[in-house]
Ligand binder design. Structure first.
Ligand code: ZN
Length: 334
């Protein structure tokens, strides 16, 4: 059985473990940082220490294994259900039932709210009471990649911990430990932009990696003559506008625009001769072509991408928004 391994975040990890050893834990922590940076892993590592029969996150005892497999009876996980817009009040009621019971291991209990920005006014208010009057030996970990969307009443009752990006060299080493060869590890670590979870995902799901590269290429092709037609064909097959597929389509569209924003960032890096910061290093030849774009044009491109993200997040029609974006970007020919 393998152990839980936190990549980076040494200071926050030590802070939590020291607070535990000094019996000075807060009752609620809000962990902030982008998807794939390691928030959930950090909480699992902490939980393994807290519940381990050896108090050392040994990875061997049954408590450690339960934490690893996400089925420890004293950990309660709340996440938005895939068919819902938000975390519901019913989920918070179930959480209160859990808190009102005694701990099965006889000591601590952990509540993990993954995606705390999905708490709406109703479910957030229901949670406030537990945050204001903490039960004995219950610790809350709220996790979010969207700090601006978290209810102020919630964040003000938590100790806020911000996770920083992990150095590329550390991520590359971690990937090599998972079987990547040196060159592949370097490429994926660079592409992950400091997020070890994202890097590992790209390694173990090569189809996801290919998919990202295809979408990135689609963006770069927009600056050629056939790019717009190619893009609209892609949107037609990838983004469904009806029924239960609509919500996942919107999330996928936002992800696509995010990938395009990363490539746009690469255009800036290339233009400003900061090549070592390129995320998509494999596209250097294509980037060379786009270096004809002026700084003013690059600024305009970044602005269009930002506007598309905003529209998609605000429930705009998915395919029309993407087509508008592709058309507008296609005006910048090189
Ligand atoms: Zn253990």
């Amino acid at each position: 059985m393998s152990k839980i391994k936190v990549i980076g975040h040494e200071a926050i990890r030590n802070f939590l473990l020291n607070s535990w050893q000094r019996q000075a834990l807060s009752h609620a922590y809000l962990l902030l940082g982008p998807e794939g940076i390691g928030k959930f892993t950090l909480v699992k590592d902490f939980a393994a220490h807290l519940f381990c029969e050896q108090q050392s996150a040994c990875g061997q005892c049954s408590a450690c294994q339960q934490v690893l497999r996400d089925n420890h009876p004293d950990i309660w996980l709340v996440e938005r259900q895939s068919d819902k817009q938000d975390i519901t009040i019913e989920q918070i009621r179930q959480l209160h039932d859990f808190i009102s019971l005694k701990s099965l291991s006889g000591d601590w209990r952990l509540v993990v709210i993954n995606g705390a920005h999905f708490l709406n006014t109703e479910s957030g208010n229901a949670l406030l009471k537990s945050l204001e009057e903490p039960a004995d030996k219950v610790i809350f970990f709220l996790l979010s990649a969207e700090p601006k969307k978290i209810l102020a009443t919630i964040s003000s009752r938590c100790q806020v911990l911000k996770l920083s990006f992990v150095p590329t060299s550390e991520i590359a080493k971690f990937l090599q430990g998972h079987g990547a060869h040196a060159e592949q590890a370097g490429e994926l670590a660079q592409l992950s932009g400091g997020r070890p979870g994202t890097a590992l995902n790209l390694l173990v799901q090569p189809e996801e990696f290919t998919h990202q590269l295809d979408q990135a290429r689609l963006f770069l092709n927009l600056f050629n003559s056939n790019g717009f037609i190619q893009a609209t064909r892609y949107f037609e097959t990838e983004f469904k506008e009806a029924g239960t597929e609509l919500m996942t389509s919107r999330e996928q569209a936002l992800r696509l625009v995010n990938i395009w924003r990363t490539v746009a960032r690469d255009l800036w890096c290339y233009k400003l001769n900061l090549k070592k910061y390129l995320r998509y290093q494999a596209f250097e030849a294509e980037l060379e072509k786009t270096s004809q774009l002026s700084l003013k044009q690059l600024w305009r491109i970044s602005h269009l991408l930002q506007e598309a993200s905003r529209r998609l997040a605000a429930n705009a029609h998915i395919r029309l928004t993407l087509e508008w974006l592709a058309y507008s970007l296609g005006q910048f020919k090189v």
